[in-house]
Every structure is written in C-alpha cells, then in structure tokens.
Design a protein around this ligand. Structure first.
Ligand code: PLP
Length: 355
C-alpha cells in the first residue's frame, strides 16, 4: 500500500502520547500501583445492577443520563441542568475546553500535573501556559493568577494534584478566584476529593456557589472504583453546562456505566468506608517513607510522590522486578498508588533499600 498524502493537523502530529500506567500480567504477586485505581473489587450491589442491565445493551443509553444527572445534582445541591455527565472526567474536560477555547487561546495550569491536560488543551488548538509547581509539590496560585493574559480562557486547578498529591487550600483558592477576571473559566479538577482530609481544603460546592465562572470535575473512577466503566461529570452554572453539553459526545455514557454510577451513589456509605481504609494506608505509607528520610509532599490523594530524580527509570525497573508496578515520570519521580493492604509494606521494604 502506498503512503497516504493526507496531512494530520500540526496539533496532532506534535502531541505527546498519553503514557498509561503499566498493566499487571496475570501474576498473583504483582501489585498494580501505576494508575491510582481502587484496589477493592466492585461492590456486590453494583455488580448485580450491572449484570441486570446487561440484557438492555442492544438499546442506546439515555442520551442525557437523566436519572444519574438528577442523583448527582441532588448530591451537590444544584439543579440537574448544572450537571454534565460524560465518558470519564477526562472526556468531560475535553468537552469543557472545546466549549470555551479557540485556536491560539491560552489555558493556564501548573506543571507537573495531570498528563491529560497538555494533550486535551492542544487538541482544541489552544496553547498551554504552564506554571511550575512549588518545591513542596503544591500549586503556586499567585503565579497562576499572574500568568493570566487577555488570551486566557481557562485555568485548570488540579486538587489534589496528580502526581504530587497536595490539595489547594480554601483561603488561597478564594484569593486566587478574586484575582481571576470573571470571563475566565476556572476548572477545579477534584478527581481525588473523597480522599482529602486536610481541614483547610476547599469545599468545591461552596466555591461553585460563590463563583459562576467555576467548573467542578468529578469522577467515579477513583474512590468509587468504576475506572473500567468510564463515567465522570462536570458541575457548573447551567448556562455554561449547556455549552459543555453541546460539545459532548452523543450517548457518551454507556447504559452500564449509568447504572453502575447510580448504584454506587446508593452505596456511598459502604464505598466511603473503603476510602477511609485507603486513607489509613496512605498515612502509613507517608509515615514510613518519612521515617526512611524521604521528603514526600503532603498527599491528600490515593497516591504518593517520590522524587527519585535522575534515577527514576532505574527505580521503576527495580520496583517492577519486585512485583510493584509504579508510574515513573522520567527524570523526576515515581507516583505510587496506595493499593492493597500488603502493598504498603512491600513498597516500604523496597524504598528502604534506596536510601
Ligand atoms: C484519574 C483522574 C481523572 C479521572 O479520569 P476519568 O476519565 O474520570 O477516569 C481526572 N483528573 C485527574 C487529575 C485524574 O488523576
């Protein structure tokens, strides 16, 4: 076959590829700590709801995920029109950017942060303007405010920040929002919010109530354990939500995902008990690492960040040989998910040998 002559868009050709976390081979002693997934198996009630719904998959799903949207709205104390469910919150972020960014517009975010951001921004033709993280792995919100120009349409705030872990604080976020022009959209990506225990962290719903230019992004992939079904959502002012919905993929949330997310909302208490267990394991992991002399950012998520610098690739390979799949960021560090109970001890046994 001869080579195609059709040019790809420059934005596509020059895009860095998303690097997914390593996947475990079906070996019993390998623990996957590379994608911040929930280590617990799905709840019985959720599995049963999905199994019951399987007989209907010859039909299209409810295009607007009506029942799920209503349940989410009730949870956030907003009208259903304020909620936009989507095929994972990464997809919803893409719809948000498509709804607000034209070619050449600017989107401000910290770096390092979630690696889907630069890809999603450049797909719209917009330009990412990055602000360095502070040395303690936190957002520098003052520098982000200073990076806003007349071309800025959107600012992304990842709290807790993937991959370093700290959450922004309510007072610094409010100071920041007061400095952001009202025509600039602020996306607060709260993928890990259920794991936050910092009493100074913001309550997204109250931030949203006070600022009509804010979008909250939430997901069922992490605390709710539905990463494999792909469902997340945005909450924002109904006028903005309408625009995001316009940009969304029709029928983007599958019927099984809608059913599973609804069943998970009904089982929230049971799921939050599991979150509490993960939070305890996180505390043990952080304490253990600090006891070994590591300087670790104050993670409020279900992962920790280890600054392994130039040795990162080597350390990730050693971890893999020890049956621990972690997520390396070459030249910077390792992101290690808080996983199964035995993962804490096994991670600490390994990191101890690196001191
Ligand atoms: C995991 C994650 C998400 C959620 O992605 P889904 O598409 O909902 O699975 C969103 N934002 C950040 C920062 C994440 O780490």
């Amino acid at each position: 076959m001869s080579s195609p002559q059709v040019p790809l868009r420059d934005a596509i050709r020059t895009l860095p590829a998303y690097v997914p976390g390593a996947r475990a081979a079906a070996q019993p002693d390998v623990i996957k700590l590379s994608s911040n997934e929930n280590p617990f198996p799905p709840l019985e009630s959720v599995r049963e709801a999905v199994a019951r719904a399987a007989v209907e998959i010859n039909r299209y799903p409810d295009m607007f995920a009506t029942e799920l949207g209503e349940a989410i709205a009730e949870r956030h104390g907003v009208v259903p029109q304020a909620v936009v469910p989507g095929c994972g919150s990464v997809a919803v972020l893409g719809h948000v950017l498509q709804a607000f960014c034209d070619a050449g517009d600017e989107v401000v975010h910290v770096w390092r942060s979630f690696e889907a951001y630069p890809i999603a921004v450049r797909l719209t033709g917009a330009v990412a303007v990055t602000v360095p993280l502070r040395a303690d792995g936190r957002h520098d919100l003052a520098a982000m405010a200073a990076a806003i120009t007349p071309r800025t349409r959107v600012v992304l705030v990842c709290s807790p920040n993937n991959p370093t872990g700290p959450a922004v604080r309510d007072d610094e976020l409010r100071t920041f929002l007061a400095a952001v022009p009202p025509e600039v959209l602020v996306v607060l990506d709260e993928a890990y919010v259920e794991f936050v225990r910092d009493p100074l962290a913001p309550a997204g719903d109250r931030i949203l109530a006070d600022h009509p230019n804010v979008v909250l992004l939430r997901t069922f992939s992490k605390a709710y354990g539905l990463a494999g079904l792909r469902v997340g959502y945005a909450v924002t002012h109904p006028d903005l939500a309408r625009g995001v919905r316009t940009a969304a993929t029709p029928f983007g949330v599958s019927h099984l995902a809608q059913v599973a997310a609804l069943a998970s909302l009904r089982a929230t208490d049971e799921l939050l008990e599991r979150v509490e267990v993960i939070v305890e394991r996180r505390a043990a992991l952080l304490a253990g690492l600090r006891g070994q002399g590591w300087s670790v950012p104050e993670s409020q998520a279900n992962f920790v960040w280890l600054a392994t610098g130039d040795r990162t690739a080597e350390r990730a390979a050693e971890a893999a040989r020890a049956g621990l799949l972690v997520r390396p960021f070459a030249g910077e560090g390792l992101r290690i998910s808080v996983g199964e109970e035995e993962s804490v001890e096994r991670v600490l046994a390994l990191t101890g040998t690196w001191r």
